[in-house]
Design a protein around this ligand. Structure first.
Ligand code: PEP
Ligand code: MG
Length: 271
């Protein structure tokens, strides 16, 4: 990390209460807006107008700060009524995140349109979940450019890849062709590196997001894409005892649950 560089501490949010708590706790912005909340419990997906209203409501307390919206990260493990036919034998290895968005282009188009509309009022960035192939990013980038040109939006929001699979961590060089920044999602990165379900207590001892294997993947990524902005929004970001080690791995932005912001800020000041 550059000496004297400011390390922003952002918040992970899902609803307006989170964003308000984040700002009260001194968040420098929103590093991960999980938009799943806007889709759960619905019989059909929200249209552009409804989605815009929901996103505006959630992000309103962070107006003026940088906000990073993650595209819908849904899969067969988080079922939605309108996708109920999608039974899979191994959901976490199936159509999650960007894989699902590839299959449902309208679901992606509506989100991109809404985010571009929102970018008139917010300082917005976009995150793509569950990336494995460089073309996952290429596809989203292409769609974003097309929709922006249709809407006559000339200044595109920055687009980032979530690094949540070992394949993504080991392909940063190729992902960089379509990415303005990368954000490690160590919850899933740990699940997929150790082949241990993050929700299954029976394999808890295999799920260690502080293991050297995870830090090694972060260092490999850092070394493959010098100059690429790297952030971290998995739970590991909220553990002050690992802050120094994460800074050494090149993490320049942390995003954590709102109550953890002061502790992480203090840990950064103490390094
Ligand atoms: C992660 O996987 O680390 C992450 C931040 O995404 P989520 O926890 O929403 O899967
Ligand atoms: Mg994840």
């Amino acid at each position: 990390t550059r000496k004297g560089a400011v390390i922003p501490v952002l918040a992970n949010v899902g609803c307006q209460e989170d964003t308000r708590a984040a700002v009260e706790n001194g968040a420098d912005g929103v590093g991960l807006y999980r938009i799943e909340q806007a889709y759960f419990g619905r019989l059909k997906p929200p249209g552009a107008e409804e989605l815009l209203e929901e996103m505006n409501r959630t992000l309103e307390p962070a107006k003026g700060k940088s906000v990073c919206v993650r595209l819908l990260d849904i899969g067969a493990d988080k079922p939605l009524p309108f996708l109920k036919f999608m039974a899979e034998s191994n959901p976490s290895l199936g159509r999650r995140g960007v894989r699902l968005l590839r299959e449902y282009p309208e679901l992606l188009n509506t989100q991109l349109r809404t985010i571009l509309k929102l970018s008139e009022e917010f300082d917005i960035r976009i995150l793509v979940p569950m990336v494995t192939l460089p073309d996952d990013m290429g596809m989203v980038r292409g769609r974003l450019e097309k929709i922006a040109s249709e809407m006559e939006v000339t200044s595109l929001p920055e687009l980032g890849a979530m690094i949540e699979t070992p394949a993504a961590a080991l392909s940063a060089g190729e992902l960089a062709a379509h990415s303005d920044f990368l954000s490690f999602g160590t919850n899933d990165l740990t699940q997929y590196t150790f082949a241990a379900d993050r929700e299954n207590a029976a394999v808890e001892c295999y799920f260690d997001d502080t293991a050297e294997a995870i830090f090694k993947l972060m260092r490999i990524t850092r070394d493959d894409v010098p100059g690429m902005p790297l952030s971290l929004c998995g739970e590991l970001a909220g553990h002050p005892e690992h802050t120094a080690r994460l800074l050494e791995c090149g993490i320049e932005t942390f995003s954590v649950a709102p109550p953890l912001i002061p502790g992480v800020k203090e840990a950064i000041r103490n390094v």
